[in-house]
Design a protein around this ligand. Structure first.
Ligand code: PLP
Length: 410
């Protein structure tokens, strides 16, 4: 066979067969094509605050710049001591006692740590309970690790809280742990202490590791309270994830952390695995780690954005009202995070392919959303909308969605 035939036979590995991350999937490719043709596309598909004019707190930038000359080398695989100490103290003050600096791992975003935490744990066939809808990297990371993502349903009629009966129903002898995304992406649900306590009780009964993705813990509306599940489960081994991308609007800095809490002596082997993976990628980006200590201590500028009349608050208010005014769409009001996850009346639109609908919307109106099934929602009847653009632009986008849906039938 010729060289070019051989080259066309380069195949991806089988470990990617089940891996899927549709937020940056085929519809985004089409959006890029439209942009190359000169169209303006309103991108409501990812939670990236900076392009919409959300600036990082000035003091973060100043600290990174000030430390840059001294940040040219590698650091410890788990991260800079000063940054990890600041993270440790932050969680100690939130009732996560017995933490040491060794329990804190800094990564290139939460994304890298999600993948590491699953790669270090799962063997072929091991099961992980993951919410539906989910932030799809969790499912992708489990699949990449040869594990099996088992989706437990969240209940739209109950503020999108996890359905505890469904969680119990899906537990098997292969279940290793449960993933909690709180505040949730894509639903915006913020879980009550009572609900989290019930999840802890299930985890306790079955000896699960709890993986808590809390990257939106400070993006809360209407006085919603966030509770870290790790603080409610000091007797269980938990891994809590957070980072700078959303609260501090520096997603491009790629800074996230994970915090190991609870009885570590039972997890010694797993922790060795985590340390191995951390070592293999040497360390996270060093200059940007200098932002962490400054960011998480003291004045929290995000509070200005989420209070009434604050930019994020007003965008959420407006978007929620406008979306509920569209015939055939309805949406639970998000209590946190940066998204809305409205439901379609599928009979009205004859909807059976939500990804096609999102593509049709893009082609017709140049507005980019993500279909609900990208978040492992089982039915083709939801879509995720990012609420980051300023009110005028966001209102324009939702008006275009309304116009599109007024005549849309599949
Ligand atoms: N977890 C959730 C729930 C997210 O929504 C995101 C980003 O959208 C991430 C993790 C990844 O964040 P990063 O890798 O920027 O820290």
């Amino acid at each position: 066979s010729t060289f070019s035939e051989k080259r066309s036979n380069i195949k991806k590995s089988h470990k990617l067969d089940e891996v899927c991350y549709d937020i940056r999937g085929p519809v985004l490719k089409e959006a890029k094509r439209l942009e190359e043709e000169g169209h303006h596309v309103l991108k409501l598909h990812i939670g990236n605050p900076a392009p919409f004019g959300f600036n990082a707190p000035e003091e973060i930038l100043v600290d990174v710049i000030r430390n840059l000359p001294a940040a040219q080398g590698y650091c410890d695989s788990k991260g800079l001591y000063s940054a990890r100490k600041a993270i440790m103290q932050h969680y100690q003050a939130r009732n996560m006692h017995h933490l040491t600096v060794e329990d804190i791992y800094i990564g290139n975003g939460v994304s890298e740590l999600i993948v590491q935490s699953m790669q270090a744990l799962l063997n072929t066939g091991d099961e992980m309970l993951i919410p539906a809808p989910d932030y799809p990297l969790w499912t992708a990371a489990v699949s990449l690790s040869n594990g099996k993502a088992i989706h437990y349903l969240c209940d739209e009629g109950a503020d999108w809280f996890p359905d505890l009966c469904d969680i119990r129903r899906k537990i098997t002898s292969s279940t290793k742990g449960i993933v909690i995304i709180n505040p949730n992406n894509p639903t915006g649900s913020v879980y009550s202490k009572a609900l989290l306590s019930e999840i802890v009780e299930i985890a306790r009964q079955h000896n699960f590791i709890i993986f808590a993705d809390e990257i939106y813990d400070k993006i809360l509306y209407d006085g919603a309270q966030h509770h870290s599940i790790a603080a409610l489960a000091p007797d269980l081994f938990t891994v809590t994830f957070n980072g700078l991308s959303k609260t501090y609007r520096v997603a491009g800095f790629r800074q996230g952390w994970m915090v190991l809490h609870g009885p570590k002596k039972h997890a010694k082997d797993y922790i060795e695995g985590l340390e191995m993976l951390a070592s293999m990628r040497l360390c996270a980006n060093v200059p940007m780690q200098h932002a962490i200590q400054t960011a998480i201590g003291g004045y929290q500028s995000i509070n200005e954005l989420i209070k009434p009349k604050g930019r994020l608050y007003e965008q959420r208010e407006m978007a929620w009202h406008l979306i509920n005014e569209i015939p055939g769409l309805s949406c639970t009001k998000p209590a946190g995070a940066l998204y809305m996850f409205p439901k379609f009346d599928t009979k009205r639109f004859h909807l059976y392919d939500d990804q096609k609908m999102v593509l049709d919307l893009l082609l017709q109106e140049k507005v980019l959303l993500v279909h609900g099934r990208a978040f492992h929602w089982p039915e083709p009847d939801h879509v995720r909308i990012v609420i980051l653009p300023a009110v005028n632009e966001l209102a324009q986008g939702i008006k275009k969605l309304k116009r599109f849906l007024s005549s849309y039938r599949q």
